[in-house]
Design a protein around this ligand. Structure first.
Ligand SMILES: [Zn+2]
Length: 467
């Protein structure tokens, strides 16, 4: 039975693949970066156009479509209004092209079995894969216990307001997978805490201090302007220059994403330790900087006591250790501040982390909670997760176990959802293939077709479950 079905799926893929890649190329042509809202285009005109084209492609494939007020839309097999349904969720908006492309990022190119263009992998290609998975379900006449919706979001990269709108106005799917991550399957995301440490003490010798561009990134560069009689001696990773009667210090580290601090070196930590070692801060400043230094002793919140807030029993077998990173330092209203970004496992909370850091700060700083999202976790043993993993194992022949991450994806917005491919960072990449969000973003055509087979088999298996 399964073999006959797989042969049928492969024949379908063979017959449809040229058209499938042409449809991806059509979507890539639209530079769907979020822009200022316009009437009827809440995330900008291009994002709206990309959504409209995605739905048009779906109709060409024989699917019914629903446009949810130009914020998100879906193609459906089975009753498009059916409230007990399965879903996939992808997005048709993209990040800006940036520099470094060898050709027009919005004209999809092919090279040695790869396609290249902005959005081919994140997430226009996967969006088209989902539409073709639904085309197969429709044409095969497979009996459907649940209708299936291929949701196309138009605002993933800049805030995910699309799914928030959808879930506030439409019934949630029974189960949903999101092809917008790595294979095999991501069944959990750490909690995300953002806050600040704000100095209670005024500046003295430090005229200004700046570092980092985003709270969720480890900065590779940090600067300070200080008053001192004599030039401070430079260090291996700190440059010193005179500038308008002040000493301008530039510290270098190794930047990276806050959710994966391994291998990074926070330039703010380098700068702050230099200021403290050279005695360039007065006592008020030093009290705050010692706290920043403590934060940078490790990226696991150990030195400031945040790591200790995790209950290991509650987190058993789920997530890796807590991370705590200071992304941006600056001066506001004459006081230094340092942002905090923590990705935390089950067994703690943003409030507990902030309280631990407040203990470490004493009365030198006030610690705030500006944003807090709980961890999200779907049991690896749930039948829906197992159905997806089984489809992956069957097609790839690989033993596959689910993984958890420190980032935030679409999946965490839904009551019952996982991220499910189609990226394969563990496989050797073509030398010319660029990453998602980077120049020369590329996707391997054969891996896409393999992913399509996996998605079809997974949906067929999910149809068999009591959800
Ligand atoms: Zn994406």
């Amino acid at each position: 039975m399964k073999d006959a079905m797989r042969a049928e799926i492969r024949a379908f893929i063979e017959a449809n693949q040229d058209r499938l890649f042409r449809d991806i190329a059509r979507l890539v042509e639209i530079d769907s970066v979020e822009a200022a809202p316009a009437p009827g285009a809440p995330y900008g005109e291009k994002s709206k156009q990309a959504l409209a084209l995605g739905l048009e492609i779906a109709r060409e494939l024989g699917l019914e479509t629903v446009n949810c007020e130009d914020r998100i839309g879906y193609a459906a097999v089975g009753d498009p209004a059916g409230e007990k349904y399965l879903a996939t969720i992808t997005h048709v908006d993209v990040v800006p092209a940036g520099t470094g492309w060898k050709a027009d990022p919005f004209k999809m190119r092919e090279k040695d079995g790869w396609i290249i263009g902005r959005g081919v992998l994140d997430d226009k290609g996967p969006s088209v894969l989902c539409l073709y998975a639904l085309k197969y379900l429709k044409e095969s006449g497979l009996p459907l216990r649940y209708p299936v919706r291929a949701l196309l979001g138009a605002n993933e990269e800049t805030g995910m307001a699309d799914v928030e709108y959808y879930l506030a106005n439409y019934p949630a799917p029974l189960f949903c997978f999101s092809p917008d991550a790595n294979f095999p399957l991501c069944n959990g995301e750490k909690g995300i805490y953002h806050g600040r440490m704000i100095s209670r003490l005024p500046l003295g010798r430090i005229a200004d201090i700046r570092g980092g561009v985003a709270a969720n990134a480890v900065p590779g560069l940090a600067e300070a302007w200080v008053r001192a009689e004599q030039a401070p001696a430079p260090a291996a990773d700190v440059e010193v220059r005179e500038e308008k009667g002040l000493w301008h210090l530039t510290a270098h580290g190794v930047g990276g994403h806050a959710s994966q601090p391994e291998g990074t070196k926070n330039a703010i930590g380098v700068l702050v330790n230099y200021l403290l070692d050279r005695g360039l801060a007065d006592e008020n400043e030093a009290r705050f900087l010692r706290l920043v230094s403590l934060l940078n002793e490790d990226s696991a919140g150990e030195a400031v006591g945040a790591a200790a807030t995790v209950d290991p029993e509650q987190n058993r077998g789920r997530f890796g250790p807590l991370t705590l990173v200071g992304g941006v330092i600056g001066v506001e209203n004459g006081r230094m501040f340092q942002t905090l970004d923590s990705r935390y496992p089950t067994g703690t909370s943003g409030a507990k982390i902030a309280a631990a850091v407040q203990d470490a700060a004493g009365d030198a700083a006030e610690v705030t909670v500006d944003h807090d999202t709980e961890p999200f976790y779907i049991s690896a043993d749930s039948p829906a997760v197992q159905a997806c993993l089984e489809a992956y194992r069957l097609v790839t022949g690989e033993a596959a176990e689910p993984y958890t991450i420190g980032g935030g994806t679409y999946a965490r917005h839904f009551p019952n959802a996982v991220s499910f491919g189609p990226e394969h960072p563990e496989r050797p990449q073509a030398a010319f293939a660029g990453p998602i969000h980077g120049a020369e973003e590329a996707a391997c055509k054969a891996w896409f077709l393999e992913a399509l087979e996996i998605y079809i088999l997974a949906l067929a298996a999910l149809e068999q479950l009591d959800l």
